[in-house]
Write a protein that binds this ligand. Structure first.
Ligand code: ZN
Length: 249
């Protein structure tokens, strides 16, 4: 059994929460019961995940995408009311860690995605050092790397080919990090892996010769939360279960 406040303090320190400028509050977003025996982790605090956490009799729901973001008008109505009401009715605490969970060198989304893709970073790049970059074990061609990614993530990436060069330096940043493509190019990447793609990246790939792979926001960000949940389970001797709510986007 752990106390909710101990978990919050531990995670704030572990993830260096204060070091990040983020789009929403990191840490406890909805306060539930004080005693914690069971943690459920997941990617996004959607109603489906909240219902699954209730079913699993969770005391804490630990996610990457919480409920509150800059730009919302702050009203607890409609879908927001549903989500908050279900958490409060079941006295479940919601903990959310956005950029601090992307960035953590071992448990974060980027580090954990790297493990799945057989990549390890020797440097960081871009805004708040969120981007990871490292050398391939041996130079690969893009089609081989793309099929390796497909095998690891269970879905085909959208591939914007570069100039066909052998891939030696690979950069990655999970989720909606298409805006980091230029920083990845400047850091010396031969290919960049992220979750989402927008229109400008197709032109940049053609014009710079650096390949771009959009592998799914959810698909690239589903490894940090379970790693963090497993860490909590070991550290506090409590139970943990990751629940994946499928998302094609
Ligand atoms: Zn995300």
């Amino acid at each position: 059994m752990a106390h909710r406040a101990e978990i919050e303090t531990h995670l704030a320190e572990l993830l260096a929460v204060d070091r990040f400028k983020d789009y929403g509050p990191n840490g406890l977003q909805v306060e539930g019961r004080a005693q914690v025996q069971r943690v459920v982790s997941g990617v996004t605090a959607s109603l489906a995940l909240i219902e699954a956490a209730i079913e699993a009799r969770a005391d804490v729901l630990l996610v990457h995408h919480g409920l509150f973001w800059r730009g919302q008008d702050g009203r607890i109505t409609g879908w927001m009311r549903q989500r908050v009401a279900r958490l409060l009715a079941h006295d479940i605490s919601l903990f959310a860690y956005h950029l601090p969970l992307d960035a953590h060198p071992a448990l974060g989304n980027n580090a954990q995605l790297g493990l799945r893709l057989g990549l390890s970073a020797d440097a960081r790049f871009g805004e708040q050092d969120l981007g990871f970059i490292g050398s391939a074990a041996s130079a690969m061609l893009l089609p081989d790397f793309a099929s390796q990614v497909q095998q690891a993530l269970g879905r085909a990436p959208l591939v914007l080919p570069g100039d066909g060069r052998p891939l030696r330096r690979l950069a990655w940043c999970t989720g909606g990090a298409q805006g980091h493509f230029e920083a990845a190019i400047a850091a010396g990447a031969d290919a960049f892996v992220t979750g989402e793609v927008s229109e400008p990246q197709a032109h940049l790939a053609r014009e710079t010769g650096v390949a771009f792979l959009a592998c799914g926001h959810h698909a690239t960000e589903r490894y940090g939360a379970p790693a963090l949940g497993a860490h909590l389970a070991a550290h506090f001797e409590i139970q943990h279960q990751f629940i994946d709510i499928d998302n094609p986007a």
